[in-house]
Design a protein around this ligand. Structure first.
Ligand SMILES: [Zn+2]
Ligand SMILES: [Zn+2]
Length: 415
């Protein structure tokens, strides 16, 4: 069980100079604890008027939760099946939440993201009741949301209370468990990108938070062959590791410790498919596949003994043409200056050896691929409903949809 207070103390007076605080007060995980949900919320000061947000699947998975909340004056918003977290849904939740004291989100992913943002906007207490270990955002601070077209990561809030019943986690469908694994292997790319940005742009970096993410990712890798097992112990361990990276994000108030260019690539696929009116595969399934393609590229970079660097050679007309109806959003992000502005090419050449070391510090693409296969993850873009054409354009153009430095984005500055 994660001792939140102990973890907070460990990060007191961190050498990076930043204060690492988190709103998270309690993580309650155990077998059959669904029936204690009401008591846990009461103990943590949740008011009587409670909004419960779920979809039909997650509510069915959390059997007994409504009985446990009998003492609350309960309002409910139950979706048929919410697959996309949009700003419009956040507004709908806010409309109900403004007359309530607090909110509990029963589920994962999109449900949590809209509640996270709504609760942050209205300064209301938030609890997440996790129904599957399918992604790592439970404790995170951000909420990636779309306006129906473009995906933006908004600052939101970390829940005060997270509840997970290992019976429910163990019984979750295997493909959701594999998705959680796919989300976790992305951390290796994220850690490379964060460190590279730190040495090239001077962006803030905390070694201790990075180490927390790293140990969580390594922990999951070692559980690869148990991920889809239906036993509660494995499910609990996987969930804990997913939680830790979320806590890392809440400590830094950015998604840096847990998401790199592989997440941007996955968002690119999503946005492009939305333009065609198509929904995407699950988050963690896409992130896993995106991780493999980025690690393949990074592995090749690692083999280069040196690089010849120059000013950013991006062909912007080509970029905007690719984004089509989204070009305005992308232009806004990259003007008046894009993230490579002001970076001296000589610094890249000088730092190359260090960059190679950073890449070498994480498992290789082949190691990650082998683990993903054990964990039942999809490993080809076709398996996550990404066409060859979308795959090719994504690799080339995804770095421009976020104003954030990554080793992939830096590639525009060397041959
Ligand atoms: Zn720190
Ligand atoms: Zn993720």
């Amino acid at each position: 069980m994660i001792d939140i207070e102990g973890l907070k103390r460990e990060f007191d007076d961190c050498e990076c100079g930043r204060e690492h605080t988190t709103l998270l007060k309690e993580v309650c995980m155990g077998s059959g604890i669904t029936c204690d949900t009401g008591e846990i919320l009461k103990k943590n000061g949740f008011g009587k008027k409670l909004l419960l947000v779920a979809d039909k699947n997650t509510l069915a998975a959390a059997e007994g939760i409504e009985d446990s909340l009998a003492a609350f004056d309960l309002r409910k918003k139950i979706y048929e099946n919410l697959r996309e977290a949009t700003l419009a849904e956040v507004e709908k939740i806010k409309d109900i939440l403004k007359d309530c004291d607090a909110v509990i989100s029963v589920g994962t992913g999109s449900l949590n993201d809209i509640c996270r943002k709504a609760a942050a906007d209205l300064f209301k207490p938030l609890s997440i009741f996790a129904t599957a270990a399918s992604m790592d955002g439970f404790a995170s601070y951000n909420a990636p949301l779309t306006d129906g077209r473009f995906k933006v990561t908004y600052p939101a809030k970390t829940p005060e209370v997270i509840i997970a019943d290992t019976r429910i986690l163990a019984a979750a469908p295997a493909f959701l468990k594999s998705a959680g694994f796919g989300d976790m292997v992305g951390k290796y790319v994220g850690l490379i990108d964060w460190q590279v940005s730190h040495i090239i742009t001077g962006e803030y970096y905390c070694e201790k938070v990075a180490a927390l993410t790293r140990s969580a990712a390594d922990r999951i890798m070692s559980l690869a062959d148990r991920v889809t097992a239906e036993d509660e112990e494995s499910a609990g361990k996987v969930f804990e590791a997913l939680l830790l990276t979320g806590i890392g994000m809440s400590f830094t108030k950015t998604s840096r410790p847990a998401s790199g260019t592989e997440h941007i690539l996955s968002h690119y696929w999503e946005c492009k498919k939305l333009l065609e009116g198509k929904l995407s595969d699950f988050h963690g399934r896409k992130v896993g596949v995106a991780t493999l393609s980025i690690m393949d590229l990074y592995g090749k970079l690692r083999d280069k003994k040196s690089v010849k660097a120059h000013k950013d050679k991006t062909d912007w007309e080509e970029v905007y043409a690719d984004y089509g109806p989204l070009a305005d959003e992308v232009r806004k992000l990259n003007t008046p200056s894009t993230i490579t502005e002001g970076i001296e090419p000589a610094l890249i050449e000088k730092s190359w050896e260090k960059i190679r070391e950073i890449i070498a510090s994480v498992p290789t693409k082949d190691e990650i691929l082998a683990a993903m296969k054990k964990a039942g993850c999809p490993t080809e873009h076709g398996e996550v409903l990404v066409s060859d054409e979308l795959y090719r354009s994504g690799l080339k153009f995804h770095p421009y949809m976020r104003n954030r430095m990554s080793l992939r984005r830096l590639c525009a500055m060397f041959d």
